[in-house]
Write a protein of this length. Structure first.
Length: 125
């Protein structure tokens, strides 16, 4: 059985671990930004907003511009988060292991281009 003080300590440790894996509001997008889902209470759920391609496969859009990401997220229950190189490394590993595809939105365009995580690693990490 876990005591109340141990529960508080455990919650703190888990929160610190999540900050390593998931970007929070303090992370600057170097090199990208993304959209993350907000729950009913307004808290970030830790889920990336995903889109579906013509075949129904999920993909995550990476944005070069925070402003463009904010504009894309206006009608979604979402928040913009920066992705730095540390988070991008984790995200690429996640994509490799769980079959999530990545796409980059071209700056000042509506075009989104699918990219492999290897391409992201080679050019941005």
């Amino acid at each position: 059985m876990i005591s109340e003080s141990e529960q508080s300590l455990l919650a703190g440790v888990i929160q610190k671990q999540l900050q390593v894996v998931l970007p929070d509001e303090s992370v600057t997008g170097e090199p990208f930004y993304c959209l993350m889902e907000k729950g009913d209470s307004g808290q970030v759920t830790g889920t990336y907003i995903q889109n579906r391609d013509a075949d129904g496969e999920p993909f995550l859009i990476l944005y070069f511009s925070k402003k463009e990401a904010e504009e894309m997220g206006t009608n979604l229950n979402s928040v913009v988060r920066g992705i730095d190189k540390k988070h991008l490394t984790i995200l690429c590993g996640y994509c490799d292991n769980f079959g999530l595809n990545l796409a980059i939105k071209q700056f000042m365009s509506t075009e989104v281009i699918g990219v492999e995580s290897k391409f992201i690693r080679d050019f941005f990490l």
